[in-house]
Design a protein around this ligand. Sequence first.
Ligand SMILES: Cc1ncc(COP(=O)(O)O)c(CNc2cc3ccccc3n(O)c2=O)c1O
Length: 425
Amino acid sequence: MNYARFLTAVSAARKPSPIRMLTEIQQRSPPSMISLAAGAPNPNTFPFQSCSIQVKNGDMLTFDETMMKRALQYSSSSGIPELLTWMKNLQKNLHNPPTANYSAEKGQMDMCVTTGSQEGLCKVFEMLVNPGDNVLLDAPTYSGTLAALQPLGCNLINVPSDQHGMIPGGLKEVLSRWDPADVHKPHSTVPRVLYTIPNGGNPTGASMTTQRKREVYELARQYDLLIIEDDPYYFLQFDKPWAPTFLSMDVDGRIIRTDSFSKILSSGLRIGFVTGPKPLVDRVVLHIQASTMHTSTFTQLMVSQLLHGWGQEGFLNHIDGVIEFYRTQRDAMLSSADKWLKDVAEWHSPAAGMFLWIKVKGVADTQKLIMEKAMEKEVLLVPGGVFMINSSDPCSYVRAAFSLSTPQQIDEAFKRLSALIKESL
Ligand SMILES: Cc1ncc(COP(=O)(O)O)c(CNc2cc3ccccc3n(O)c2=O)c1O
């Protein structure tokens, strides 16, 4: 793969920070090295001594004085080594990426830690997307992605999708506007980037079938596209075996995958990951060097201690418990929807994630219904327009999350929603 053709001028211009390189040399050096280089503060001046964090299974995560000094200090921009190593092993075990053993220039699988997958998405978009670029995605889509992409001045092209995710025939039709032979010509307008949320989509709850992923991947090969696989709900797939990921079929090194611990360990700790070809991950790390420098060392160490204590088996056992919680929540929402909304709305049962995408029959645009009438009735949902490429386009859908409210609250909320829909019709 020729990765240079995908980089924006800004990303291509990024150079390693000399100071950050010195910090990393120092961290790799033996204690005999005396460094007067880093402008790092002396941790002996920090007011924090130690900490212990009680884990629900009875384990205790402890930072003694030495560990606390490390936790409170600068660390590597790509992430602390023990967390990166743990995650790389998990990715290899879960997805067995063909790129795991490729050479660096051929697109060897690499990873970096980001402050939530939101940071990863934002930096990946800023690495790849120039003003005027054609970017492919299946709307409705995550509003945070639209917020990161649209200010870049790109032209978002919608690819048709349904409850089984992006429709390969729709992608083929969209791409037929261009000749694959023009892909590598200078000033080509052929799209270079495709973004999708393959499992438990936000807001639709849609999950792509394996067959559709294979067909989309083949089209990406024909037109030399990079695929951004934004997959924070991968671990919230209710049924096993979990769907094979684009990463698991990536023979070319054209997948950039974002993972998140937000839905399974903590959203406030802000731990996400970018997995992709080393030449591209390197560019994201250079951007991190010049922006946040790195994700919080403290939270990385805390999560790393937890994961090393659990091992992959313990991690996956924890995930099983999380899945059962959200399955129960989903089933509660589906039964309340059946009870209160079946005459006035339609929906599909999500196979993953935390969202129900509800089409309100007879209502062309839910914006007013939700932002005014629903508020009066004290029920909060998200009007579907916020997930559309053009947020002013009318949208008859609403997004309901089944993550936070109890089954009883969900039932009362849908009772209120039903009443206000019937009043408005
Ligand atoms: C598809 C997709 N990709 C990336 C992210 C970012 O997750 P991160 O790893 O935590 O950075 C998300 C998070 N989605 C949401 C977050 C959120 C936060 C506060 C309040 C509301 C929020 N609502 O509604 C959301 O959908 C997502 O759904």
